[in-house]
Design a protein around this ligand. Sequence first.
Ligand SMILES: Cc1cc2nc3c(=O)[nH]c(=O)nc-3n(C[C@H](O)[C@H](O)[C@H](O)COP(=O)(O)O)c2cc1C
Length: 188
Amino acid sequence: MAASGHLRIVVCGAGPAADVLRLVETAQERSWTTTVVATASALDFIDVSAITQLTGSPVRGSYQTPDDGGLRTMPPVDALIIAPATYNTVNKLASGVADTYPLTSTAELIGRGVPTVVVPFVNTALATRAPFQRSIADLRAEGVRVISGPDDGWIPHPPGTGTDRRADFPWQSAFLTARKMRQRRSDS
Ligand SMILES: Cc1cc2nc3c(=O)[nH]c(=O)nc-3n(C[C@H](O)[C@H](O)[C@H](O)COP(=O)(O)O)c2cc1C
């Protein structure tokens, strides 16, 4: 059966990264295929071999040379989810920094109009910083859906409580939001 779509997941260096298989499974249950791109920091949190086994694709963290086949085997992306998105990546992405494969490829997909959802995982101390608030506003102004704030039911946690919040990470809501954006785009 043909896939309903292909989801690119960019995972950053924060606790919920360890649970990214939940997003892969959520997508697969709805007949989407997935590939996972990890920042260098995320590699300390994730189980690369379990992800590779479940997605059927290697976890990408850097540029690969054409002769390894990596670039050519990446399928076209129907939706992009950056989750968990760190303070660092949210700020870099919003300001246009593209000094790694995850950032450059994400910047390009957003620029191509690929439906994009960002789910930050930051504590309240980081979330109140002006650069972060500007970054969220700037990403939203570009059409990126940032799941953050009381209206989204996903708010920053007090410093030191991230482990308790990890289980609540809104993987399913991120997928359903991305899928809806993709549907709207196809309808228009
Ligand atoms: C154990 C641990 C937990 C962390 N948790 C968070 C977090 O919840 N949110 C966050 O923004 N950064 C967190 N960090 C810091 C990021 O990993 C760090 O800023 C890193 O540079 C992010 O890189 P990336 O955005 O490329 O993934 C954590 C770091 C460690 C070592």
